[in-house]
Design a protein. Sequence first.
Lengths: 175, 440, 354
Amino acid sequence: MEGPPKAPARAFRVLDGISVWTARFSSWLILPLMLALVYEVVSRKFFYRPTIWASDVSYMLYGTLFMLGAAYTLHRGAHVRTDFFYRLWSPRIQGMVDALLYLLLFFPGIALFLWSGWGFAWDSWVQGERAITSSWRAPIYLLKMVIPIAAGLLLLQGISEFLKSLYAAVRGRWP
Amino acid sequence: MAVSPETLGLALLGSLFAGIFVGFPIAFTLIFLALAFGWIGFGLQVFPLMVFQFFGVMQEGVLAAVPLFIFMGVLLEQAGLMDRLFRAFQLMLAPVRGSLYLAVMFTATIFAAATGIVGASVTLLGLMASPSMKRSGYDVRLSAGVITAGGTLGILIPPSVMLVVMGPVVGVSVVDLFAAAIIPGLVLAGLFTTYAMVRSFLDPRLGPPLPRAERAGSVAKVIREFVVGLVPPAVLVLASLGSILSGLATPTEGAAMGAFGALLLTLAYRRLTWNRLVSAVLQTTEVSTLVLFLAAASNFFGAVFSRLGTPIMITETIVGLQLPPMAVLLTIMALIFVLAWPLEWVPIVLIVIPILLPVVRELGVNLVWFCTLVAVNLQTAWLSPPVALSAYFLKGVVPDWDLKDIYLGMMEFMVLQVLGLALVLAFPALALWLPSVLLE
Amino acid sequence: AQPSAPVAIAQAPTFRMRIQTSMPSAATQFEGMQKFAERLQKMSAGRVKVDVLPIGAVVGLSEILEAVDKGVVEAGFAWTHVWSGKHPAAGLFGSPPAGAGTGMDQTTHLSWLISGEGANLLRELYRDGLKTSVVPFPIMAVGPEALGWFKRPIQSLDDFRKLRFRTPPGLPGEIYLEAGITAVSLPGPEILPAAQRGVIDAAEWGFPSDDLAFGFHRVWKNYYLQGLHQVTVVADLIVNGDFWKRLPPDVQAMIDTAAMAANLEHYALLIHRNGIALKELVEKHGVVLQETPREYFTQFPKATKKVLDKYAARDAFFKKVLESQRQFAQLAMPYRINAHKVDLFLAESALKDR
Ligand code: NA
Ligand code: NA
């Protein structure tokens, strides 16, 4: 039985690795998210000292968590798809359809997201934009910067998925 | 030939239905279609619009409850802490058919009172109940229907994000809406439960009773199992719902308290290992992302649809028909029902309701009752394929259930919701009695 | 043949102007914007078609400025202070706390914006401070906003300090913290449920008409109208720069005029509506109108001055705007206060004798 051709295999292993390692770090954000809010509750209720940062911290962590997780979720094949036709096809057809849709639909959409998101984040970064949701004045430019980073990671993972689809289309089985 | 943007919006809907069935991940299909049609319909501005919509979801602090409730669910599931209650519940009702449906609806209703959102409920219930259901040989469709329908109760039974958004739009007090939604929410829960129980009574294969060999020997043992099994969920309800109701926490903070409680429980039961924690946070990321990324994508899709003006066009057409009052109300309900098919509740509440509002005011109907009708009606949006987020959330946590079966299962419950809607329509007191008692 | 005049008008290009507002459709300000839209459509004989969109219809509150600047919508409606995260000076325009610590009241604030240096400084803010090409118009004055709703009456600032108070975001929150008030930030939708369950003990929102719709009176009965954190509030209409340039001068003048009219119209509407709402709150819902402790009026401006001076030291434009407001207040307030006393004197006798 022959394995995947060396060069593409190395490519999608490296690309998958980037997504997995990002998620291995970013996933831990759930703990500070939880602890910040628990701290806020305890501090406000029992010491009459609400924090000025907990609500800002909570949405910034939550927004970062799910955006940085997008590439990993793609790698895991967990973004939901309607598969009742899809799963009836042979791997060759699945690969062809996927490869085509990655080219026509995924790459343009996410590339534009990256481009547009970069402009959005960069403007905010230059401005040193702050949130006005609390008097803490949270550095909202950091959260905006998450958008182009997430889009970039998605694009890389998309390339990996595209290569895998090509492989399936050519070899008739998924790597 | 020039096509009006509104017509383009209709084409966008058509393409969505077609696009979704091709089988590409739905979030990316939504993004692409919205970009393409937005670009044709109103130009390059669609690109920043996408970023604005995503960022809007990213800074929606209320949604931070989603990963927290999911973390709580994953921890519970990994540590097997809920299994005991489900097993005990089933042991107790072992000879009763469909006892797990009863357990799910019971948990769902309690959970609905702890969360204001749907994503977390459906995923948590899916994570908790599906393993037991699979092991006990339950029918996939009915199981999926019970979980998705039970999960959507979270947005009707207060606290509810939907009612919180709707109050200011219509200009009625959110407190009134909360009080008005309680009984209809419980009525729906009752309808769902009755349906599942009657179906499994008529056809035991749908929810088989436990085989005799597996039933517990003594009543005392069953009761002990039940009580012991009840401890973890009791601690959690205390931590999350309890902290919300007692004024300790907002709903989002309640989610954090629940997750924290779950973490302490797994520690107390000595079920927390490093590897389990690593896989719990990774799974939390995966499930939260599939829920929230899809929510952001569908927000963007909805924004393009609104920016094209299609919802306004559809609504104005209905308003232009000039019908008698009850017919108008029924038409409005039908319109919302139909719009809830492709759309989520957010664009409907924010865009369609304000347009209909002058007409509703003309009718002179009680606005709290009207809002309750809309809320019960919009529940169907979660259960109407193909844009039925509940189905995707469930599929996300129970990948081996066929999406087609989930669709078919949830649609049976959508019919029940229409029945619930008819009840509130026929008996306004279902909505208006509780606010009048509680608040005047 | 030469086309006759009516045909020329009928053939004139039409302009679609979507206004993404920061308000839900039941809010008084939303109604105000709809009146603006009607007036503009009528004035332009239908050449401008205006759609007033409720918050979130195309984008949410914090994205309105960028959405207008990028042309996602042609125009927007929001309070200037929403952009204070992008440039702190924005906080001085929309709602200078305690009249920027200078004592400017609502009418004087409008006077500064329309007749004083405010108009130029507002354009400068949007152009140089916020780096956009939008064209701003002050369009709606809604102050003074209330101090808020309280679980129990307060006699002093120390009483106030014992309560968990939901403050508006931005500068006011900072000032309350400076004054030692326990400030809680909560998003709008969470306020009422939090109030009901005792997560917070007091909260501010708006003025009687909006507060009644919000439903505070269901939870708390002590209503304090005199507050300084948003004692004066003016919202802006912002128009996309390219869209503005495409408009013929007569249509530009119509928008300018309709915005100016909206200022007056809404000012009048609010006094009427707030009168009705306050009467309903007190007579129907048993709300008790309380007077704010006098101490508040010395301590809050003191804290305001501290916070504003801190920003002025950091940013030249902030300093410039603050100085302009302070000078304007020094010039106009002596007249304003002395003339305004007639209202109080009259009220003392007229309302009593009725
Ligand atoms: Na709920
Ligand atoms: Na739907």
